[in-house]
Write a protein that binds this ligand. Structure first.
Ligand code: SAM
Length: 405
């Protein structure tokens, strides 16, 4: 900051950008940062060893470790080892008597300072290999505060398997970090689906005891939107400073135009998972089940929202309006009835009608009228019977036609 800027009077009343603008800019910047990865990701180092993280996420992880003081950090996906070194040296700096277990399917590239660090234990193997998982679980039993960082294979089926295997190790109040949920068009590499974000969707359908801590997305550039998950169940007060009244994040996975953020329907998500998984059907089935669960819950939420809306509409006002409408309908019927009654009275008072009544009282005529009324009645009954029979025949023809199809 220049000297001038420092002496300028400060105002807390700076007009804030709109949330939509914040989202647009952070989306664009995140894309640019990713697309220029040769000058951004590839040149980022921690104590001389490259790590594949944005500077913001490195800072956030430092804050998380300082806040939660984990004495075991499990990392899947080591690559050159910069992130394992970050975790271990922070433990050194914070006087934490702990260790970092870092697992990678191929440890060849790991740099010497990482191999030599006394707090880092390297395991070669797949992070979802049951033997590897069992070994890490056994190790975790001896630790009080466990943090997990998932940064290995980013395909959805792998991340979901890791989430299920490692999330139970995380202790309440500590963090589970799911890296690279910005893949799959959130906002980078739309073609990289299904990835960590879809795995998160599926896993949230299983109701895990974790909440995404969006506070750690406040620097707007992050590769882990919704990926900083805090295990619930710790009553400790929040150690961080209070949030400003207006708190905005990039919301990279939630909003934006349909075009830049195509949110797949559960069916589409399942289709993509099936295509991309390239794994035994059983695994795809599991993902399908999780996503279906999520879809069911979604539908339930919609139904509840609809009920709520209808309940809101059932106000006294709307009932009064309905009553008023019914009253008007009734008045109209009464008007019609009065008109018909008047017509009847006019007919009854007319000369021809009175003559007709007189005729009916004369014995010969009365027989004739009686006979005529009866035959009119039976004609009407016969016509009604024919109509009913025709209707029945029609229904039969219709059913036969459809049976034949
Ligand atoms: C993105 S890099 C890790 C970057 C590192 N965490 C960092 O921040 O510098 C992903 C690593 O995951 C490893 N990997 C891929 N599949 C794996 C698996 N099934 N189990 C463990 N590691 C795996 C790759 O070998 C690669 O080194």
């Amino acid at each position: 900051m220049s000297g001038d800027a420092e002496t300028e009077p400060r105002s807390d009343e700076t007009e804030l950008p709109a949330q939509s603008e914040v989202e647009r800019v952070s989306r664009e910047f995140t894309k640019v940062f990713h697309d220029l990865r040769k000058q951004t990701f590839s040149t980022t180092t921690w104590l001389g060893v490259q790590l594949v993280k944005t500077p913001n996420d490195i800072l956030v992880m430092q804050q998380i470790i300082n806040e939660t003081k984990p004495d075991l950090i499990v990392e899947t996906g080591v690559y050159l080892g910069g992130s394992a070194l970050l975790f271990a040296t922070l433990m050194d700096q914070l006087d934490i008597d702990g260790k970092v277990i870092a697992v990678d399917i191929d440890l060849d590239a790991v740099r010497d300072p990482v191999r030599e660090h006394p707090k880092i234990e390297l395991i070669e193997g797949s992070s979802v290999d049951p033997e590897v998982v069992a070994r890490i679980r056994a190790e975790a039993r001896g630790h009080d505060r466990v943090m997990v960082d998932l940064d290995a294979d980013h395909r959805a089926h792998h991340v979901l398997e890791e989430l299920r295997a490692y999330s139970p190790l995380v202790t309440p109040g500590c963090y589970l970090i799911v890296e690279d949920s910005f893949l799959g068009g959130r906002p980078v590499r739309p073609e990289a689906v299904p990835g960590p974000s879809e795995a998160l969707d599926a896993w949230f359908g299983e109701d895990p005891p974790f909440v995404p801590d969006r506070w750690h997305e406040r620097y707007l550039l992050t590769q882990n939107p919704r990926g900083y998950l805090r295990r619930v169940g710790d009553d400790a007060p929040e150690p961080r400073p209070p949030r400003p009244p207006s708190f905005m994040i990039g919301a990279l996975e939630l909003s934006g135009s349909e075009e830049s953020f195509p949110t797949p329907s559960p069916d589409e998500a399942i289709e993509r998972l099936t295509e991309a998984a390239g794994r035994p059907d059983l695994e795809v089935e599991e993902l399908r089940r999780s996503i279906n669960n999520m879809a069911k819950r979604d539908r339930q939420t919609h139904i509840e929202a609809d009920l709520d809306r209808r309940r809101q509409e059932l106000t006294v006002d709307s009932l009064l309006r309905e009553m008023e409408a019914q009253r008007e309908l009734l008045a109209e019927r009464n008007r019609l009835l009065a008109r018909e009654r008047a017509r009847l009275r006019r007919i009854e008072g007319s000369g021809p009608y009175r003559a007709y009544r007189g005729l009916r009282r004369i014995p010969g005529f009365s027989h004739y009228f009686h006979w005529r009324d009866r035959s009119r009645k039976s004609d009407a009954q016969a016509r009604a019977r024919t109509r009913a029979e025709n209707r029945e025949k029609q229904t039969e023809r219709f059913s036969e036609h459809h049976r034949g199809q």
